[in-house]
Design a protein around this ligand. Structure first.
Ligand code: NAD
Length: 354
């Protein structure tokens, strides 16, 4: 029996995560997959009930789960310099080192680019992002009021494992191409090490083509010619930026799912934040969170040799394609007028009849 956690997060997390769970439950029922669900407190609500945005009991409970859904956290609104108001450090704590973010366009959804089908693989435990850079304190500091210093950490192990994830994914795809995005000619040691490890891993995948793309060049190519990319692997901060750009190319953040995967556990987490501007209105697009849940099922199916989980994931994917093609129950960002719940209901219904 798979054990899966439900962590709502803040703001629109309270709206989109329940829709994702509803769809996953519908899919699991259809394929006979048994899931033990574990709702766990997190974020602003957890602070109200447990005095901490990341209660120790939540962090402890996650250790015993196969995976979980994590809603967005409205971190920038949290009080500063208060250790009870923290961004959950789960990517680092649980070594969820590869953030796998598919970006795809749909023919009938208005978008800047068409025929896009890219999987971004972003390293998430190292780089410049402060949570992963040091074991205590922060990766940034200010020795005096004139100077601020940020540290970037790249390791061979960290680069190698995320590169391997990218190649494994590329090996299952039609184009079988990996673009590694870095700036090794300038950042010879950090970007250089990342690129070296990508090339080492490439040697184990003779059917996959590896291309080095400098990060600034990549920005232009991604905007103008995204169809040429298949799987893109990059370091933490570059990946953070380009996954949002990728989402923007195909219709916006509501269409950007993600899975943070490690060796033994995975966390479904959409690219978007908690969207306080639309929270509570029932208009957030549940696509990104639902497809993140679908990715989790796919990953669990593969990891635990559980064909029912893989079949449930496939059902969700087909149901989503139908709902989008029908265009009758889409949220406003996709050109429709459905509420979050109406779109979630339509996907769950389609899952049951796929
Ligand atoms: P955001 O992604 O929340 O919102 C950016 C824009 O996209 C907004 O106009 C929003 O309405 C829209 N949007 C986002 N998700 C949508 C959806 N599902 N459907 C329709 N529209 C959607 O980014 P932001 O406004 O910069 O950040 C808001 C908060 O989220 C901040 O506190 C930030 O720190 C936090 N954040 C959290 C995460 C995370 O937990 N993984 C990621 C990014 C930002």
């Amino acid at each position: 029996m798979l054990k899966v956690g439900i962590l709502l997060g803040d703001d629109i997390g309270l709206e989109v995560v329940p829709e994702a769970v509803k769809v996953m439950k519908a899919a699991a029922e259809q394929t006979g997959l048994e899931i033990e669900w574990h709702p766990l407190p997190i974020g602003r609500k957890a602070h109200a009930t447990h005095g901490n945005t990341v209660p120790p009991e939540t962090a402890e409970a996650l250790k015993g789960l196969h995976g979980w859904l994590m809603g967005p956290i409205g971190h920038s609104m949290y009080p500063r310099n208060d250790p009870t108001w923290v961004m959950p450090p789960f990517r680092k704590t649980f070594e969820l080192y590869a953030s796998i973010k598919p970006v795809r366009s749909y023919p009938n959804v208005k978008s800047l680019q068409k025929d896009v089908d890219i999987v971004f693989v972003r390293e998430t435990t190292e780089g410049l992002a402060r949570a992963g850079t040091v074991v205590a304190g922060m990766g940034e500091y200010r020795p005096n009021d004139e100077i601020s210093i940020g540290m970037r950490v790249i390791t061979r192990t960290g680069s190698n494992r995320v590169a391997r994830t990218a190649f494994e994914i590329a090996n299952t795809r039609r184009m079988k191409r990996v673009a590694t995005v870095h700036k090794a000619p300038t950042f010879k040691l950090c970007c250089g090490m990342f690129a070296e490890e990508c090339h080492k891993v490439a040697a184990d995948f003779p059917d996959v083509t590896l291309e080095d793309v400098l990060v600034d060049t990549f920005a232009a190519k991604l905007a103008m010619d995204p169809q040429r990319f298949d799987v893109v692997v990059t370091t933490n901060l570059f990946g953070d930026i380009f996954t949002d750009l990728g989402a923007a190319l195909v219709g916006g953040l509501g269409l950007a799912p993600g899975l943070c995967a490690g060796d033994t556990q995975a966390m479904a987490q959409a690219t978007h934040g908690s969207a306080p501007d639309i929270a509570g209105k029932g208009i957030a697009n549940p696509y990104a969170m639902t497809m993140s849940g679908k990715q989790l099922l796919e990953w669990l199916g593969h990891k635990h040799n559980e064909p029912k989980a893989a079949a449930a994931a496939a059902r969700i994917e087909h149901a989503m394609e139908r709902v989008i093609a029908d265009a009758k129950h889409l949220t406003g960002d996709l050109g429709g007028s459905a509420s979050t719940r109406e779109m979630g209901d339509a996907i769950a219904t389609a899952v049951a009849s796929t």
